[in-house]
Write a protein that binds this ligand. Sequence first.
Ligand code: NAD
Length: 249
Amino acid sequence: MFANKVVLVTGGSSGIGAATVEAFAKEGASVAFVGRNQAKLKDVESRCQQYGANVLAIRADVSKDEEAKTVVQQTVDKFGKLDVLVNNAGILRFASVLEPTLIQTYDETMNTNLRPVVLITSLAIPHLVATKGSIVNVSSILSTIVRIPGIMPYSMSKAAMDHFTKFAALELAPSGVRVNSVNPGPVLTDIASGSGFSPDLLEDTGAHTPLGKAAQSEEIANMIVYLASDKAKSVTGSCYIMDNGLALQ
Ligand code: NAD
């Protein structure tokens, strides 16, 4: 489905991002992916090479403008064009409005979950216009529901991301570029480890959804691939909820 297509995934070295890199690689895409940990990048690269995929592992911290600015150019230098951008890199940090460290956590969260999305997208747009490509942002059901104390900066970053998705979809539609997001509920990844939340946050939240479970990264990756594909050629400006029914409660 993605033969001769070039995909760039941020935060591609673990969790949903790594599953997304592999899913596009299996579909025949050339995939560039960004992460900070060399060993994890290498691991994903080796798995993709088993499918004979062309991959480019880019070591960069997207919260630093000077590093984030290079990732689109490195992708185009290697593969000659860009068809799909997946803005997936993100962090989760506990921060209560009652804590004096709130503003530091707010800045760290916004500088990782939101600012690089705007920066990298703006640099990718000329290339995506040239290929009539598409963008998929990895948001969260927490962009719309207020449920878990201490998750305010994260929720704010994802709420802003949803507005970015919709404005970008509106403004890029005349160029034939589609922009959507996937908004998962709990997914079993390592995002909660070291976050200040319980390490069981995702499993426990999943257990209390109507379907009684958290999702696997591969399920989210499949939706990302679908939204980026021609099968979704009439879909733009959508924030696609995959939350095991969490928001119904
Ligand atoms: P994860 O921790 O496994 O993956 C996050 C990825 O982002 C990692 O590869 C990490 O290296 C990368 N990253 C973080 N900060 C970075 C930086 N400064 N520079 C470069 N890369 C950076 O967690 P995940 O759950 O796979 O998260 C992926 C996305 O999914 C995030 O945007 C997250 O908000 C979103 N999400 C996750 C869940 C969940 O329950 N796991 C639910 C909804 C949304």
